[in-house]
Design a protein around this ligand. Structure first.
Ligand code: NAI
Length: 450
């Protein structure tokens, strides 16, 4: 039995970042991970592999659609799907290997296996029980189930995001259930590979909760890229044969049940917190109504010495939110002050163009009765965006307090949006006004001028 100041359960972006910070603060730290590699969902079956496939297929799209116009003539590249998956796996390997190196470098023990907490102050991994003054649960999330739909990633017909990253072949027809971030990113990947992609969404807009202008513009852009949308449709179930899936749905406005045939059905209807097998019930750890671990302002649960961060607690399921919480909880455990500004957490969809948002939406502020000023600049007026064929339909929208001009939120759809948004994040952290941003000299020609 080993004894630690902190044992972190889960080596995703929340857990491994927290472990490093704990070690830097002089705490004897171990991390428990049952997967073969470190990095959690994000590095193994989430953000990183999907970004590799988005990059590769964007290159293909450019070659097929834009090269000719720029005088780059010749046959478009053909797709070697197995090679593309190998490239993706190589990217995963580099990143997970990097995390393993960081664990060693910071003298953090990797306890291999799945953890449970037999009692406060103890973590069991396999046959070994370790002592821990503090335990941080960073066990993440898993795809949530949809009634009437059975996901089977091995068969490759009805899959979740994990299965969709490793399909045996590029399907002819794909139905994506859910027009959220996963559905639109992976739907884009396959549409660019030539798959006929139909997205079935329950709500009347894509990316529920996002700025309305972005929702409308984004959907239009994706339609131009070949995705078909069926909105206001509740999926009732999926029937499968040996090789195909039949998606049954009902439009909210009424009518008969309708069906769609597909070679692959991607279920992307959200994720749920994952804390199975930890033994939280027996410990009496309080949960929220939505199945998240309930924490206070210092990421402490109701059980002394047990903390929780990331997807398994409240808030957006985003890697960078988990990372920030991971660092903050380490500070708290070390007796310092940990803080996360939940008002300034950006969200990015890595399609082309990218979509990025931060802060509050115009609608939410107006619903609160706040007087706001909205500034919008279209990328059609941005020379750089036009030069790279990414001006159409894109814009930067800034929402400020009508009286003080303080920036309250922003939404960007356009080239490099996922990087541009951080200028607004910094401005918001400093309580800047829109005028402060406008008076800052921006290099020409850049997207950031927008
Ligand atoms: P999501 O919550 O973003 O979207 C799910 C969509 O499915 C919603 O639009 C919902 O209305 C729809 N839906 C639910 N039930 C339905 C039904 N029966 N029929 C039709 N439509 C239905 O969930 P998603 O895309 O699965 O992502 C899960 C989590 O992972 C999110 O929290 C997301 O933030 C995170 N994520 C973030 C990424 C990023 O930051 N780029 C990338 C991938 C995932």
């Amino acid at each position: 039995m080993a004894s630690y100041d902190v044992i972190i359960i889960g080596a995703g972006p929340g857990g491994y970042v927290s472990a490093i910070r704990c070690a830097q603060l002089g705490l004897k730290t171990a991390i428990v991970e049952g997967r073969e590699t470190l990095g959690g969902t994000c590095l193994n079956v989430g953000c990183i592999p999907s970004k590799a496939l988005l990059h590769a297929t964007h290159m293909l799209h450019e070659a097929e659609h834009n090269f000719g116009a720029m005088g780059l003539k010749g046959k478009s590249p053909s797709v070697d799907w197995n090679q593309m998956k190998s490239y993706k796996d190589e990217v995963i390997g580099q990143n997970t290997g990097g995390v393993e190196f960081l664990m060693k470098k910071n003298k953090i023990d990797w306890l291999k296996g799945w953890a449970s907490i037999p009692e406060a102050g103890k973590v069991k991994v396999g046959d070994d029980t370790h002592e821990a003054k503090n335990i941080v649960i960073a066990s993440g999330s898993v795809p949530s189930a949809l009634p009437g739909v059975e996901v089977d990633n091995d068969s490759g017909i009805v899959v979740d995001s994990t299965g969709a990253l490793a399909l045996p072949k590029v399907p002819k027809k794909m139905v994506v259930i859910g027009a959220g971030v996963i559905g639109l990113e992976l739907g884009s990947v396959y549409a660019r590979l030539g798959t006929e992609v139909t997205v079935v969404e329950y709500m009347d807009a894509v990316c529920p909760g996002m700025d309305k202008d972005v929702q409308r513009g984004f959907k239009r852009i994706l339609e131009k890229q070949g995705l078909t949308f069926i909105m206001g449709a509740a999926v009732q179930g999926v029937e499968t044969t040996k090789t195909k899936g039949k998606v049954k749905y009902q439009l909210k406005k009424g009518g008969d049940e309708e069906t769609l045939d597909a070679d692959v059905v991607l279920v992307a209807t959200g994720r749920k917190p994952y804390a199975e097998g930890l033994g939280l019930d027996a410990l009496g750890v309080k949960m929220t109504e939505r199945g998240q671990i309930a924490t206070d302002g210092h990421w402490a649960t109701n059980v002394q010495g047990i903390y929780a961060i990331g997807d398994v607690i409240e808030g957006p399921m985003l890697a960078h939110k988990a990372e920030d919480e991971g660092m903050a909880v380490a500070e708290v455990i070390a007796g310092k002050h940990g803080h996360v500004n939940y008002g300034v957490i950006p969200g990015v969809v890595y399609t082309t163009p990218e979509v990025a948002t931060v802060g509050q939406t115009e609608d939410a502020l107006k619903a609160e009765g706040r007087k706001v000023k909205v500034g919008k600049f279209n990328f059609m007026g941005n020379a750089r965006a036009k030069a790279v064929h990414q001006a159409e339909g894109g814009f930067v929208k800034l929402i400020t307090d009508a009286e003080t001009d303080r920036v309250l939120g922003a939404a960007i759809i356009g080239p490099g949006a996922g990087d541009l948004i951080h200028e607004i994040c910094v401005a918001m952290e400093f309580g800047a006004s829109a005028e402060d941003i406008a008076l800052t000299c921006h290099a020409h020609p850049t997207y950031s001028e927008a």
